[in-house]
Ligand binder design. Sequence first.
Ligand SMILES: Cc1ncc(COP(=O)(O)O)c(C=O)c1O
Length: 373
Amino acid sequence: MKLFDVYPLFNITPAKAQGSWLWDDKGEKYLDLYGGHAVISIGHSHPHYVKRLSEQLSKIAFYSNSVQNNLQVQFADKLGELSDYPDYQLFLCNSGAEANENALKVASFVTGRKKVIAFKKAFHGRTSGAVAATDNPKIVAPFNAGHEIVFVPLNDERAFDQALNNEVAAVIIEGIQGVGGIQLPDDTFLQYIQKKTEANGSLLILDEIQSGYGRTGKFFAHQHAGIKAHLITTAKGMGNGFPIGGLFIHPDIKPWSGMLGTTFGGNYLASVAGLAVLEVMEKENLIDNAGIIGNYWMNELKNLSQITEVRGRGLMIGMDLPEELKQVRSNLLFNHHIFTGEAKPNTIRLLPSLAITQEEAELFITALKKELK
Ligand SMILES: Cc1ncc(COP(=O)(O)O)c(C=O)c1O
């Protein structure tokens, strides 16, 4: 069977990985500053993570939801503590899109409404229709014809006010827009929409799937604005490559049996992977490291005159290059063996492991300066 050809791929086959480094099947070494779209949080093949997963695999691998799974409880406790949301409830699933689907479902269940405000250029996932094609009223009401979405520009208070009314179940916003080119909501805008959303009886959903998990120097990007959300979605960095998604749910929202569900979410291996990631993040102070290396990069990049704009926080950085320098990303890969990401054309995205070292960060700046000359 052939693979369904939907991804533009580089002709490089990773065969081994350690920390911020990858080796291909020919033994060539690469610095990975993209981590599979912000997935590699603690570094590739971290020994503590590999040990924890291997030990678990030798006991019980899967099976999750019909029996007590204490690992899920330990994972939730640790996550609540490190994220500073200890009083919230956690629903575990397998991906970012699923976490957002569940957030939208919860918002509709709680409010009885089905309108959603989202922001232009945001990205929340690639699912559609599964719930709409299900007629079990316990699962789908009150949004069985799907949600109705209104898009407004980011950081535009007037447009937001115009869209907000008593039919709105939820407002969904990324902590920092990733796929949309690393666009930051202003702290004041986040504070504004939090206040307005709450006063309107709607729920605020913070999509921290890419911007969360310590990447910006705080556990979640929205915490820089000093706000709290009713629902927070997370995925990517949670499992350092093991597929895990999570939904944080405000303590006032009461669950009922069957309200949400999943086959694989929170299975034993996922829970151990998630726990191991948090243990390493805590022991190695990776959130602080993300802030420190991120500041170093931001300062260096702002001094490079060929870069038209640099945006970001911590280790979530986007830089715009002029049209004539659009080759820089592939030159970094083929001339210097450095993987980066891209967003819109000519925006290079940096989303490395939170464990990246100062020396590794300097290698990138040296290579970039050579390519910009
Ligand atoms: C902000 C954001 N939300 C949701 C998703 C969807 O996550 P997944 O691909 O795990 O379904 C992504 C993926 O890139 C994302 O960046």
